[in-house]
Design a protein. Structure first.
Length: 254
């Protein structure tokens, strides 16, 4: 992709401390965008992302905010505007399984935490940026779903999978509503990606089993996901809207 393809554009990436969020920020910076790097608790990770963005020749700022709450989402967007200007690109990446637990053992508090982080945050941050995008008649929103949203998830991940399936659907709803205003909304559905998420949530044996089920015989990387997200944010994807791009090495073909 052209290294100056996004010169002058401002991108906001939620949950950018590690993994797919980090590489989304790097890939966008490589294309010339200035990047707001959101984090909640992992400040050290966010600082590493900022160093990587700067090493790629880009500029970034760190903004701490809890995107699972309306106040946090609004604070994040306001701080991005104040420091960088109007937002052209939003990557709704923040999300986590939080913990593996069977549906029988799930409680209401954990349900709300999983749903708020993985689903509600997408709506809240999108809602916070859409008015300014509508006024300027342009913008791109990319949501991070999951292969789990197609098949109900792995062991103890049913609620996470449910939230991600809803993200896929919300993406299409947003795309229909915002397209007349020149705003494109798409999503990616990563498969088994080698990230800190799996370091915490999956055993070595589980990862071997996952890889064995993938036609490409390996897990994916955060860089591979980040570059697809940057493509969807770019003018090269100008006629792609309401799409869910599968990034899973052929594990699931729909």
């Amino acid at each position: 992709m052209n290294k100056q393809a996004m010169n002058g554009r401002v991108a906001l990436v939620t949950g950018a401390s590690t993994g797919i969020g980090r590489w989304s920020a790097i890939a966008l910076a490589e294309c010339g965008a200035t990047v707001a790097i959101n984090y909640l608790k992992n400040q050290a990770g966010a600082e590493e992302t900022l160093k990587a963005v700067e090493a790629a020749g880009g500029r970034g700022v760190l903004i701490q905010a809890d995107v699972s709450t309306k106040a946090g989402a609004q604070t994040l967007v306001a701080a991005t505007r104040a420091q960088l200007g109007a937002i052209d690109i939003l990557v709704n990446n923040a999300g986590d399984l939080i913990e593996r637990r069977s549906l029988r053992e799930f409680d209401e508090d954990l349900w709300d935490r999983v749903m708020n982080l993985n689903l509600k945050s997408v709506w809240l941050v999108s809602q916070a940026v859409m008015s300014e995008m509508i006024e300027r008649k342009g913008g791109a929103i990319i949501n991070v779903g999951s292969i789990a949203g197609h098949h109900g998830g792995g062991p103890g991940a049913a609620v996470y999978a449910t939230a991600k399936a809803a993200v896929h659907c919300l993406t299409k709803g947003l795309a229909k509503e915002l397209a007349p205003h020149g705003i494109r909304v798409n999503a990616v559905a990563p498969g088994v990606i080698d990230t800190p998420f799996h370091e915490r949530m999956s055993t070595v044996e589980m990862m071997k089993q996952f890889a064995a089920s993938i036609p490409m015989a390996r897990t994916g990387t955060s860089e591979e996901c980040g570059r697809v997200i940057a493509f969807l944010a770019s003018d090269a994807a100008a006629y792609i809207n309401g799409e869910l791009v599968e990034i899973n090495g052929g594990q699931l073909m729909v």
